[in-house]
Design a protein around this ligand. Structure first.
Ligand SMILES: Nc1ncnc2c1ncn2[C@@H]1O[C@H](COP(=O)(O)OP(=O)(O)OP(=O)(O)O)[C@@H](O)[C@H]1O
Length: 270
């Protein structure tokens, strides 16, 4: 009897395509007197539904990386790709939320502020923009304040409105530059939880800049640790399953990152 032998079938597991990919990105600023290198050959990949954190000391180039991804600053070396295409200019597929409380236009209501990018980009007709604004204002718990003006809202509420405005555009990636840094500690914790709830609901992709190790572990599922100026990648870590703040897994990761960020300083100390 002839027995036919087949090679065992090996199922190839396809690797997902990165949504955002930086390859050796060096960012510089030219001023009249100086050439400032903000980041040096930074590479990383962000996948869909990542909560990707850029963590590093002041001046290491975190905001510059966001500006590079947003398309405001062009790398002098390396590339920034979104959906496989080189980023050449700002676009509505990348929405930013900043630290400042005055991101909203004070002469427009919260609803009008949220509608503004949808209308200005001609992405949505008026009716749809209004519906989407209402839905996202609701998601961030501001329905009662939809027709209020920004000065009538607390700092945390204004940040929620800025998040609703960015999310309503349904960008490919949400770029958040220390969005909660100017809030008091309690509001900041609340906002971190709310952002995670929103993520549970919508599963958006977010690139989040912070210099707080705790915030990085709470908010992120992946953390890119950057070296001091000019920023280079020190490590990439997985987070997201660290359990309770103050629990052993959380403090272990926090201490590890702390050592990573302060190692040189500690070694050099007398
Ligand atoms: N427009 C600019 N012109 C010249 N230099 C700049 C400009 N913006 C940033 N820099 C310089 O680039 C470097 C990185 O700055 P960047 O703001 O990206 O750092 P950061 O990590 O976000 O800092 P922080 O946490 O303090 O906000 C710094 O040395 C800064 O002085």
């Amino acid at each position: 009897m002839i027995v036919e032998r087949h090679a065992p079938e090996i199922e190839a597991i396809p690797m997902p395509e990165p949504l955002l990919e930086l390859e050796g990105a060096t960012l510089q600023y030219k001023t009249a007197q100086h050439l400032v290198t903000a980041t040096y050959r930074v590479s990383f990949k962000v996948y869909r539904a990542d909560r990707f954190i850029l963590l590093g000391p002041s001046g290491c180039g975190k905001s510059s990386l966001l500006k590079g991804i947003a398309g405001f600053v062009k790398p002098v070396e390396g590339t920034v790709r979104l959906n496989g295409r080189k980023v050449a200019a700002p676009g509505p597929d990348r929405m930013m939320v900043f630290q400042e409380f005055d991101q909203l236009m004070p002469w427009r209501t919260i609803r009008e502020n949220v509608m503004f990018p949808m209308r200005a980009s001609h992405r949505y007709p008026k009716r749809e923009a209004a519906d989407r604004a209402g839905a996202y204002i609701d998601k961030v718990g501001l329905t009662k304040f939809a027709d209020a003006y920004p000065h009538m809202l607390s700092g945390g509420m204004k940040q929620r409105a800025a998040i609703a405005r960015a999310m309503a555009m349904e960008p490919d990636i949400l770029l958040m530059d220390e969005p909660f840094a100017a809030l008091d500690a309690l509001t900041r914790r609340k906002m971190q939880d709310e952002l995670l709830q929103l993520w549970d609901d919508i599963r958006f992709t977010v690139l989040f800049v912070t210099h707080s190790i705790e915030e990085a572990i709470i908010v992120g599922n992946r953390i890119l640790v950057l070296s001091p100026h000019p920023g280079q990648v020190k490590a990439e870590l997985n987070a997201g399953q660290q359990g309770n703040i103050g629990g052993s897994a959380f403090t272990e990761l926090r201490d590890r990152i702390h050592d990573m960020l302060f190692a040189e300083r500690v070694e050099g100390a007398t």
